[in-house]
Design a protein around this ligand. Structure first.
Ligand SMILES: C[S@@+](CC[C@H](N)C(=O)[O-])C[C@H]1O[C@@H](n2cnc3c(N)ncnc32)[C@H](O)[C@@H]1O
Length: 373
């Protein structure tokens, strides 16, 4: 199939799947060639590799053009500096930049309810594909996009200029937003965050909306849409769909380092079966109780929760017909998680799309429906 046919096929797929819902975004996708943003190649996951290995796919390689038009996220940078052209063979490090799967990009743009004349701030330019869609929809002059990685930002700037787009492209930490372009009608983040930064709220006009994936270090996340109010607070809900994005670089967890000596600490039975942490929603709930905890699955030796900076840990192990927990360090990591999970189970295990978010100058609150005030 040639490029035009592949693009049309992807567009049909996004329309039938419900991601493209309006003629305006349909048109934006129709005129924006995703392959233009992937001329530096992408990394393909090596089949059945564990830990995950990646191999480069370059323009001209079999599968490059068709890959550009699959509804999949395509990794474009690994370990903060490595691009596909650098690698002959395979690499086993973590992805740090990608072109997000088109169905999610368009779903988010549709969910953001962008209208003509609105000013939009995007966090995480990446390849520039989503930036180009925004430019097409509302016009270059209304789009500001921030990318933390200067090499990635330069690549996106070149591609966008080649295609005739000139949005305001900023290189820097998008967690600070971009004050000079404020106020914005909409803020959209294509990297995940632990909490929505107060700067995004301050830079959004009252009545404006923020769309971002909120997540944590136990790898559960969800898309949140917030409305900003006159008093500087923001309220909204989680939208559902188990959306996940790579976390913003300043929000990445510290490396776990040396594992603690789990012979110390104190031991007790736990009321909650720790295998519940295999469930996405349960992990999301657990993260809200202990945001600094990371989870290491030790297979048949149980699960280790670790707050690296504080030095606290909790080892959860199956014991007879239940589970036991051994906790060490300055605070008991499992106690608040267990309390929060019991509350969530008591409420009937609400789904993530039944959760609300409230952000005021006093703090960040995520709560499920029965606790809505
Ligand atoms: C999933 S990719 C973006 C996808 C992009 N919108 C596209 O469609 O091609 C996430 C991007 O966010 C960037 N990023 C991570 N932390 C950031 C931060 N604090 N500020 C701005 N960009 C950030 C990463 O470097 C990466 O390029």
């Amino acid at each position: 199939m040639n490029e035009q046919d592949l693009r049309r096929q992807l567009l049909d797929q996004l329309t039938v799947g419900g991601s493209v819902r309006s003629p305006q975004w349909r048109q934006a996708v129709a005129v924006t060639g995703r392959h233009e943003f992937l001329r530096g190649g992408f990394f393909r996951q090596v089949h059945d590799s564990a830990p995950t290995a990646w191999e480069p796919v370059m323009p001209g390689d079999k599968g490059w053009l068709s890959g550009c038009y699959t509804d999949a996220s395509l990794v474009t940078q690994i370990a903060g500096t490595i691009v596909p052209g650098d690698i002959h063979g395979r690499i086993l490090r973590q992805p740090t930049s990608s072109s997000t799967l088109p169905s999610l990009v368009v779903r988010m743009l549709e969910d953001l309810e962008i209208e003509d004349g609105m000013r939009v701030l995007e966090i995480g330019t990446g390849t520039g594909y989503s930036t180009a869609l925004l430019c097409h929809r509302i016009g270059d002059g209304l789009v500001t996009s921030v990318e933390v990685d200067s090499v990635v930002a330069a690549g996106a700037a070149t591609t966008l200029a080649t295609l005739g787009h000139a949005p305001d492209l900023i290189t820097g930490d998008g967690l600070a937003g971009h004050k000079d372009g404020a106020p914005y009608d909409r803020v959209i983040a294509t990297c995940g965050v632990l909490t929505v930064p107060e700067q995004w709220i301050a830079q959004t006009r009252p009545g404006g909306q923020i769309l971002a994936t909120v997540g944590g270090w136990m790898h559960a996340s969800e898309l949140a849409r917030l409305t900003v109010h006159d008093d500087g607070s923001a309220t909204g809900r989680l939208l559902g769909g188990q959306v996940s994005f790579m976390l913003a670089r300043p929000h990445q967890p510290p490396p776990p380092g040396m594992l603690p000596d789990t012979d110390g600490g104190t031991e007790r039975d736990t009321m909650v079966d720790a295998s519940i942490l295999d469930d996405w929603t349960a992990r999301f709930v657990a993260q809200t109780a202990a945001p600094a905890a990371q989870r290491l699955n030790l297979g048949n030796r149980g699960q280790l929760l670790l707050d690296t900076d504080a030095g606290s840990w909790a080892l959860l192990q199956p014991y007879q017909r239940g589970w036991r927990v051994r906790q060490g360090g300055p605070c008991s990591l499992w106690d608040p998680i267990e309390d929060r999970l019991r509350e969530w189970l008591h409420d009937g295990s609400p789904r993530l799309d039944q959760f609300r978010i409230l952000i005021t100058p006093d703090g960040y609150h995520v709560y499920s429906w029965p606790h809505a005030r």
